[in-house]
Design a binder for this molecule. Structure first.
Ligand code: C2O
Ligand code: CU
Length: 493
């Protein structure tokens, strides 16, 4: 495991300045001289809101950075555009043709993948689209996805866990006219808040241990013990799990009801009221929480109710140390402390009764079915699909362009997983363990699959075909993915 050394960091800082000087614009790197470098001794728990980039051209630069996470030494991180941990939020409009320029300023290879986005395989940023050190990769695509929350992150085979653990990632918010027509909170950073949830382990010198399965310290948008003041009205939270292995059973500290309005790939038909929401790695849910009835000044927390998670749910292991242990395992802990503040002038105070109409592919349209097994050859060996470890030179599945397929994923091994497939948004049609929760019945690209469970989904593979560039399907627990629990498929004419 190699760490960026101090000189690299300085060099990269100089590179940022140089890039700024040659015309990409310093506005892209708003936190270049951010609070962490300006006043290193002060540690703020204020929730960090990623800066936004909107338009049709998006410039990203992944580099080695630092962040003052806790008192003492700076923590060495990877981040896009010098943000210190994570990256800017890319705001895209459905229908736009967008171009991205991603520069690799790390001292190792990387890739950048657009998670959940429907695009040509060549533009996908999977393990095949390596960005060499110092080089820029420039994909282009038409934004075809529905308004929802997506994200980008490295997908370099065998180093995804490390690069993600060190902080590399960012949100993508897609907007469209259907969403714009609804009375939903959408003032970014005020009543519309993206939240990347992921614990990390900090060493005695404040450095992230990038190979730990579970972190001991909760980070929310990279902030330890994050707190925020939110207005007394409906607030929209865009939730994302960026853990290696931990799942979150989310709720509020006072057990209040909240409302799921969106899944991975779009809004749902109508808000779904819940008190708990299970989230595995890579999944997104947009929720509304009603703070309009709260007294100004009260505190309420968004909390992981992870105490009592069954074995197989990542982070349910009742161990505080060791390979599968963590101080946050099998306990309830806060992921965000919220103080209720004054409402804004035009805040949303009523819950919309309906949202959007979704036309999902149905079972009668299925043209092909396939089954994929998550296999396990015993303790100490990595998980695989159908007993084959990921191999860049093997195509595991071939799908015909235009096909509507039913995929059944079977998990007969000892642990739960987070199944994810590129290219498509799908509809889950069955879970062998029982009913599909209402909040999972929207457009999805990632789901939890627990021990002895089978999950079937239907997807249509439209628009993009290639006989050379594959898409990936994999477990989104980054250690499982790096260990070989990944396969690839071609969509062919
Ligand atoms: Cu979020 Cu294949 O990845
Ligand atoms: Cu897994």
């Amino acid at each position: 495991m190699s760490y960026p050394d101090g000189d690299d960091i300085k060099l990269n800082r100089r590179n940022f300045l140089k890039v700024g000087g040659v015309g990409i614009g310093t506005a892209l790197f708003p936190n270049l001289l951010g609070p962490q470098s300006a006043n290193a001794a002060v540690v703020s728990n204020a929730l960090w809101i990623p800066p936004r980039i909107s338009g049709k051209t998006f410039n990203l630069r992944l580099g080695s950075t630092t962040k003052q996470m806790i008192k003492g030494a700076l923590t060495k991180t990877y981040s896009y555009n010098g943000t210190g941990f994570w990256g800017p939020t890319l705001v895209m409009q459905k229908g736009d043709d967008v171009s991205l320029n991603v520069t690799n300023a790390l001292s190792e290879q990387t890739t950048t993948h657009w998670h959940g986005v429907h695009l040509p395989a060549e533009m996908d940023g999977g393990p095949m689209q390596v960005i060499e050190i110092g080089k820029t990769w420039s994909p282009k695509f038409k934004v075809m996805n529905n308004a929802a929350t997506y994200w980008y992150h490295p997908h370099m085979h065998k180093t995804t866990q490390k690069q993600l653990a060190l902080g590399a990632g960012g949100f993508i918010i897609v907007k469209d006219s259907a969403e714009a027509a609804l009375a939903l909170p959408r003032t970014y950073g005020i009543d519309d808040i993206p939240l990347a949830l992921g614990s990390r382990t900090l060493s005695s010198t404040n450095q992230i241990s990038p190979t730990k399965n579970y972190g001991d310290t909760m980070l929310t948008n990279g902030v330890v013990k994050a707190q925020v003041t939110l207005p007394a009205q409906f607030v929209r939270l865009r939730l994302l799990n960026i853990e290696t292995e931990r799942v979150y059973n989310l709720g509020f500290s006072d057990n209040r009801v909240f409302y799921v309005i969106g899944t991975d790939g779009g809004l749902v038909q109508a808000p779904i009221s819940v008190r708990r929401l299970l989230m595995v790695q890579g999944e997104r849910y947009e929720i509304l929480v009603d703070l309009s009835k709260d007294k100004i000044g009260i505190d309420v927390s968004l909390r992981a109710f992870n105490k009592g998670l069954a074995f197989g749910y990542g982070g349910g292991e009742p161990a505080s140390t060791g390979t599968f242990g963590s101080l946050l395992n099998n306990i309830d802990f806060d992921v965000l402390k919220i103080k209720v503040g004054k409402p804004t002038a035009l805040g949303v105070t009523t819950l919309p009764t309906t949202l959007v109409k979704n036309l999902f592919p149905s079972q009668s349209q299925v043209t092909h079915s396939r089954t994929i097994n998550i296999t396990d050859n015993g303790a100490g060996t990595p998980f695989t699909f159908d007993n084959k470890s990921y191999d860049m030179n093997t195509i595991n599945q071939i799908v015909k362009l235009g096909a509507t397929e039913a995929w059944t994923i079977k998990n007969d091994n000892i642990f739960g997983h987070a199944f994810h497939i590129h290219d498509v948004q799908f509809k889950i049609i069955s879970r062998s363990s029982g009913a599909i929760p209402a909040y999972e019945q929207g457009w999805k690209d990632t789901f939890s699959i627990q021990r002895n469970e089978q999950v079937t989904f239907i997807a249509k593979f439209a628009d993009y075909a290639s006989s050379t560039w594959p898409y990936m399907y994999h477990c989104h627990m980054a250690n499982h993915e790096d260990g070989g629990l990944m396969g690839q498929f071609l969509v062919e004419k």
